[in-house]
Ligand binder design. Sequence first.
Ligand SMILES: CC(C)(COP(=O)(O)OP(=O)(O)OC[C@H]1O[C@@H](n2cnc3c(N)ncnc32)[C@H](O)[C@@H]1OP(=O)(O)O)[C@@H](O)C(=O)NCCC(=O)NCCSC(=O)C[C@H](O)C(=O)O
Ligand SMILES: [Mg+2]
Length: 366
Amino acid sequence: MRSPKDFFGPLAVGAPAPVREVPARPSRMIHFFDPSNEKMAAKVPGMVGTVDVLLGNLEDAVKADRKEAARQGLVDIAKATDFGDSTQLWTRVNSLDSPWVLDDLITLVTEIGDKLDVIMVPKVQGPEDIHYVDRILAQLEARAGLTRPILVHAILETARGMANVEAIAGASPRMQGISLGPADLAADRRMKTTRVGGGHPGYLVRQDPATDLGEGVDPVTAERTTYQQDLWHYTIARMVDACAMHGIFPYYGPFGDIKDVVACEDQFRNAFLLGCVGTWSLHPVQVDIAKRVFSPSAEDVAHARRVKEAMGDGTGAVMLDGKMEDDASLKQCLVILELAERLSANDPELADLYAVDAPAAEGEGS
Ligand SMILES: CC(C)(COP(=O)(O)OP(=O)(O)OC[C@H]1O[C@@H](n2cnc3c(N)ncnc32)[C@H](O)[C@@H]1OP(=O)(O)O)[C@@H](O)C(=O)NCCC(=O)NCCSC(=O)C[C@H](O)C(=O)O
Ligand SMILES: [Mg+2]
């Protein structure tokens, strides 16, 4: 087990000092592209400034015989592109047991380490996987003469990773965040869904049989309302707790039904409400959905401001619109305000939107 003191110094001579606090940069959508796909790659420069994160994916969804092309494609794109201040560059490397990952890490850190913000590591099983990546990154950063550390993001996609999620979140000061990988996780857990994220119509609860349907009607087989449940609730909630406990950021992952933009928005919103800061976008159509969902609404921001104002020094209890507000609800409002402020700093449209307070409700403050 590592001593917490290890967090204060680099793991290799000459490597940059670890971060003390993970930078809270907007990352509402981590937009995946395959750098070996010429059509997709050609779109990347045009997406700078329109997405929070561009992620060159080297792992699943890239064909085995295109792995080297994807790696080189990412190097070429990174070298040729100015990502500015509002778009980060991330990558997802191949899994730690694959024949490609060592070359992924060596090539990317050496060639474009100064441009890479975060490396996403798939199929993380426990803190030992993060320790391995941590040490190699420190050695490569030292050799490349990098002056800031590259952060690490883990994907939760095995039952063992899930069982170790708290230890993974706290495994290194490089840990930036964790995403849910619902497809791999479902397979590993032997769940019986073939969907990439999202709900399932079979996972439901049903209204009790009625007691007053009259003679001759079987209350068990009679029409009863059903409610579809969220397959991912437990997993996301647990991931959110692990991340919050360690001061890092939780993300929903992929939503594979590209055409079902409505269910996609629902899944993203559930994750946002539970505490996630962002999601993956797999197709351009999911970018605006993520932007909309993971930015607080103007109404919520206006309400949070009113609570802050009504709460004065932040202690005690007041009534606002017939509802009790106190120290704790103020903290909830501050979460919204802090997020709105951070997002507005990069987005003039949001800054405008949030500057407008919703009209005050009648009886306010009574
Ligand atoms: C899902 C796709 C295969 C769909 O691609 P396509 O059939 O080409 O879609 P369209 O014809 O609708 O595309 C329209 C144009 O947009 C471009 N395009 C498509 N996707 C992207 C993108 N991600 N970034 C940039 N540009 C994109 C197309 O090239 C078309 O261009 P044009 O013809 O010039 O108009 C495809 O979207 C795709 O492959 N997406 C990424 C998939 C991916 O990364 N998968 C891996 C992450 S999910 C995962 O790994 C599971 C997870 O780990 C788990 O375990 O749960
Ligand atoms: Mg996966």
